[in-house]
Design a protein around this ligand. Structure first.
Ligand code: SF4
Ligand code: SF4
Ligand code: F3S
Length: 335
């Protein structure tokens, strides 16, 4: 699943077994900032490895507000003890964005701002995982007009290795697989230009979508209950952002492989891409007036077969005519 060679499977199995046997398991500190707890909810659904398997056998989860038994002063003591004892070695996980407005007063824990806590905890971290689109890219709190001045982890921390695991929330097994990789190799996996693990964010949703043959044939659902929708046709015209969204929902799926958004009949919202809340509307087809996401859409379309490109162009023209906007030409797509 992580696109590693077969020998890596054995290395991973023995590293996880060693972590299980070790008296001192790798320390993990999870700080929740301006978030909705959806990312924590998500990781509890991981089936392989399970979160309880990780917590009890593989890592020492020294601080996680939602999952830990301690609260208040006890919890803060656990945090500071873990940072001191494992200085330079612990894995820091952050979910939620960091608000800079009002000197950070929008989100505080134990009377200290998220900004202060992040800077302090990052100093002793071996690496940082920005879990979820809020931590990775600013996410929902950063949506216009961004009233709290929310920013991402990598906007603030520049001197530590950071891996972005975006998604709103991220796929549970992707979250635990990144942790398993760190336990096994003591390093972060190979990343793409947006700091995401290539193994899970190397292809678009559209690349692996089972509805893709309908896209290529120009068969599109136009409402959520028309004949096309009932036949399982492509959701592009209902706003699916799969062609410009890098994530592995179409292959790993959700809930132990039960289903995923497109399989349940709703287009991809693009939740693992930066600024997806501000990308022009969840139910508007991609071929809309040129904006940052739409330009990415053009880039993605370049790779598809000519037939699909022509289909894309036709839909772009039709939508543009409806909206009265300039749009992409076939020459643009061919370029
Ligand atoms: Fe919630 Fe989504 Fe942000 Fe995670 S990324 S904290 S699920 S809003
Ligand atoms: Fe699947 Fe969406 Fe691509 Fe259609 S546009 S093939 S529904 S990812
Ligand atoms: Fe997010 Fe799209 Fe997957 S909305 S959950 S990346 S199908």
């Amino acid at each position: 699943m992580m696109a590693l060679p077969p020998v890596a499977g054995r290395a991973m199995a023995s590293a996880l077994a060693a972590a299980q046997a070790a008296t001192r398991r790798p320390s993990v500190i999870w700080l929740p900032f301006q978030e909705c707890t959806g990312c924590t909810e998500s990781i509890t659904r991981s089936h392989s490895p399970t979160i309880e398997g990780m917590i009890f056998d593989m890592v020492s989860l020294d601080y996680q507000e939602t999952l830990m038994a301690a609260a208040g002063f006890q919890a803060e003591e656990a945090l500071h003890a873990a940072m001191k004892e494992n200085h330079g070695k612990y894995l820091l996980i952050v979910d939620g964005s960091i608000p800079l407005g009002l000197d950070g007063a929008y989100s505080c824990i134990a009377g200290r701002t998220n900004l202060e806590l992040l800077k302090e905890a990052s100093r002793g971290a071996a690496a940082i995982v920005a879990m979820g689109s809020c931590a990775a890219f600013g996410g929902l709190p950063n949506a216009k007009p961004n009233p709290t001045g929310a920013v991402s982890v990598s906007d603030i921390i520049k001197d530590r290795p950071i891996v972005n695991v975006p998604g709103c929330p991220p796929i549970p097994v992707v979250m635990t697989a990144v942790l398993a990789h760190f336990i096994t190799f003591g390093s972060l996996p190979e990343l793409d230009a947006k700091g995401r693990p290539k193994a899970f964010y190397g292809e678009t949703i559209h690349d692996r979508c089972y509805r893709r043959p309908f896209y290529d044939q120009g068969k599109f659902a136009r409402t959520f209950d028309d004949e096309g929708a009932r036949n399982g046709w492509c959701l592009f015209e209902l706003g699916c952002k799969g062609p410009v969204t890098y994530n592995s929902c179409a292959t790993t799926k959700w809930n132990a492989g039960t289903s995923w958004p497109v399989e349940s009949g709703h287009g991809c919202l693009g939740c693992s891409e930066p600024d997806f809340w501000d990308a022009g509307g969840f139910y508007r087809a991609l071929s809309m007036p040129a904006g940052p996401l739409q330009m990415v859409g053009v880039a993605a379309a370049v790779g598809v077969a000519t037939g699909a490109a022509v289909g894309f162009l036709n839909r772009a023209k039709k939508n543009a005519a409806k909206a009265g906007h300039e749009t992409t030409t076939l020459a643009d797509l061919e370029k």
